[in-house]
Design a protein around this ligand. Structure first.
Ligand code: OKP
Ligand code: ZN
Length: 379
């Protein structure tokens, strides 16, 4: 299996985040990537071929098919604006938000400080009335996404990994009969990032960017490929849901912990809207009691829904924070479960793009991710 990665993804390394009101070391660390990379490259059977993405690959057009331009401009400029204003070199994090219940907001965003812009959706700020109807219009929805000097470089590299992996999947699918899979070693993760908002360690939605690449890679006049996203990260992928909520060409399915972060989304009544009705499926599972058997039984239901949709491609948001000892999560999955998950995904017989999302138990992170991929390969 080809594994696409980029050393530039290691650059993003914020010192702290706020957890339960206290500053703690940042959990989404570069070491996560190193652990997974090492586990795959040390595979005794050498099943994984690591390939570094070309740093020159221009993915801005792909990113702009998913994210709003003002948001990407914000991500690119936030740190330098901040430092220019004398801000701390640790990076920029919002501390005040233009809450929709406190308008009017008549200040000129161009005259705002970088930290004000972090909390403010620049574009909407100009027409603040629409902000009232668009709570998703903030650049940050929580405090877990500091923008350091290297953040933009790393998130662009992560997007390049996703795009290159999608291209390779399309190329490979044309030449093989066996279910084909590619792993994109993306980091920072992406499934919490929405059209114009970061949060949950996510800045650019790598899976969504990859989906649009898969859909674009067809000759003119051919039907647009249908893509299913299977999100098996412990957390609900609120960003992926938002991006595809009214899109019937993308079926988003998530298994996640009920009532945990990101708290406000992930209910089974969120079914999509407009043409997207019926193409969003949330399957919340109970915290604390969900173990291997319950999880696999639910995954079978998701697999059935995916088969019924008859997608051309499967994109898997691969988080392994469902593990029993994950420091920020509360499911009880054991290491042997991950290869069983991979085997279930293999049974769908679809060209499959895996993208790395969450997973914070460092000791087994590599082993668990490799378990899913091994299971998919049938080994
Ligand atoms: C990312 B992924 C904010 C706490 C934020 C963020 C968890 C992000 C998980 N005070 N915790 O889905 O694994
Ligand atoms: Zn997660």
């Amino acid at each position: 299996m080809l594994v696409v990665h980029s050393p530039l993804c290691l650059l993003h390394d914020p010192p702290t985040e706020i957890l339960s009101g206290k500053p703690v070391p940042y959990k989404e660390s570069p070491d996560r990537l190193v652990r997974v990379r090492n586990a795959l490259s040390n595979d005794p059977q050498r099943k994984y071929e690591l390939t570094a993405v070309d740093d020159g690959l221009d993915v801005l057009p792909d990113i702009l098919r998913v994210h709003s331009e003002d948001y990407v401009v914000y991500l690119r400029r936030a740190y330098s604006d901040w430092v220019e204003e004398g801000g701390d070199k640790q990076g920029v994090l919002p501390e005040s938000f233009p809450h929709p219940k406190l308008p009017p907001y008549k200040l000129d965003p161009a005259k705002m400080s970088a930290i004000a812009r972090a909390g403010m959706h620049l574009h909407r700020a100009i027409d603040i009335l629409s902000l009232l109807n668009d709570v998703g219009g903030y650049y940050c929805f929580d405090l877990s996404c500091p923008i350091t000097e290297d953040t933009f470089e790393a998130i662009m590299a992560s997007a390049r990994v996703a795009v290159r992996a999608a291209q390779l999947l399309v190329d490979g699918t044309q030449s093989t009969a066996a279910p084909h899979g590619i792993f994109a070693l993306t980091r920072p993760p992406g499934h919490h990032a929405g059209t114009g908002v970061c949060g949950g360690y996510c800045y650019l939605n790598n899976a969504a960017i990859a989906v649009r690449c898969l859909q674009d890679a067809v000759p003119a006049g051919t039907a647009k490929p249908r893509v299913a996203i299977l999100d098996i990260d412990y957390h609900h992928g609120n960003g992926s849901q938002e991006i595809f909520y009214s899109d019937d060409s993308v079926f988003y399915i998530s298994l996640h912990a009920e009532g945990d972060y990101p708290y406000f989304t992930g209910s089974s009544v969120e079914e999509g809207e407009g043409p997207g009705v019926g193409f969003n499926l949330n399957i919340p599972l109970p915290q604390h009691t969900t173990g291997d058997d319950e999880y696999l039984a639910t995954l079978d239901l998701a697999g059935k829904a995916i088969s019924d949709y008859r997608p051309d491609y499967l994109v898997v948001s691969l988080g392994v924070d469902t593990y029993k000892d994950d420091p920020i999560c509360c499911f009880n999955l054991t290491t042997p479960c991950y290869s069983r998950i991979g085997a279930r995904i293999r049974e769908l017989r679809l060209p499959t793009l895996f993208l790395f999302e969450g997973g914070y138990c460092m000791e087994v992170l590599g082993e668990n991710v490799k378990g899913v991929l091994d299971g998919f390969l049938g080994s």
